[in-house]
Write a protein that binds this ligand. Structure first.
Ligand SMILES: [Ca+2]
Length: 275
């Protein structure tokens, strides 16, 4: 997710579905976390509206770009100090790109409220087919996968285990904190072994969720990375919005055992190690 106000206006203008998650309460949510992580380095990136991020090999990311203008799926090569787009594919007009993940030979990319799931050849990014978003999900937000299934978020307090062949839901997992309280607005996802990591809109935090129980085991606070990004705001121009351009994008590199973290219209991929 989401540029709330702008996309709501654009969605209205385009006559798109108005059935959606009410994001207003998200902006009053307060969740505190730990700073038990360390920054390894910063890598320059093209500032785009990141809605999905995942490594497909140890130096290449897939990145989903959202908004009702310029939505894309792309491959990004990670160099030592910067990054470069090596392949890109634009979505049809009126489709807002959301979570993306690679499973077997295909890359899946959800859309926000348009009901489409685009499936691409993982090598060429050519569109192979279009599936439909499941009726159980209110919207398309984050997407990741394990060895057998895809896992998605829809902006609520649930994660959805999904069949890769037809994108139907086989399990709905409620996410709750240590006091049993539901945690909503779960956004971009990353699955590592038995855990799913998720951004929570609009907070600059990442929650670590037990994939079997939905229990949140740890909450990481990355406010200082957001503050580092704020120092680059002048370069972004007038489409920078402190409320909307928050952290969104987690990708695990199993070779280095580190995570890449970024955000909407951020200038950096931050490489971090979680403890
Ligand atoms: Ca991810």
């Amino acid at each position: 997710m989401k540029s709330t106000i702008i996309s709501a206006v654009v969605a209205l203008f385009l006559g798109l579905s108005t059935q959606n998650v009410d994001l207003g309460p998200a902006y009053s949510v307060k969740i505190t976390g730990t700073t038990q992580w360390k920054e390894i380095k910063r890598i320059e990136k093209d500032p785009v509206f990141v809605e999905g991020l995942e490594f497909i090999d140890d130096t290449t990311l897939i990145e989903s770009v959202g908004q009702y203008w310029g939505s894309q799926i792309r491959k990004v090569k990670m160099n030592t100090a910067d990054s470069e787009i090596i392949l890109e594919h634009s979505l049809p007009a009126g489709n807002f790109g959301e979570g993306c993940t690679k499973f077997n030979d295909f890359i899946y990319q959800m859309t926000y409220r348009e009901g489409n799931v685009y499936v691409y050849d993982a090598n060429t990014l050519e569109q192979v087919k279009v599936l439909k978003m499941p009726k159980e999900m209110e919207e398309g937000w984050g997407l990741t996968h394990d060895d057998t299934h895809l896992w998605a978020s829809d902006g609520t307090d649930h994660l959805f285990k999904i069949r890769p062949d037809d994108f139907t839901v086989v399990e709905k997992l409620k996410v709750k904190d240590k006091n049993g309280k539901a945690v909503h607005y779960i956004n971009e996802l990353e699955l590592v072994d038995d855990h799913i990591f998720g951004n929570v809109l609009p907070l600059n935090i990442i929650i670590k969720i037990d994939k079997k129980t939905g229990q949140i085991e740890k909450i990481y606070d990355f406010k200082t990375l957001f503050e580092a990004q704020m120092e680059r705001v002048d370069e972004i121009g007038n489409y920078w919005d402190k409320t909307n351009n928050v952290m969104n994008g987690i990708a695990f590199n199993k070779v280095s055992n580190t995570f890449i973290i970024t955000g909407k219209n951020w200038n950096y991929f931050f490489e971090v190690q979680l403890q």
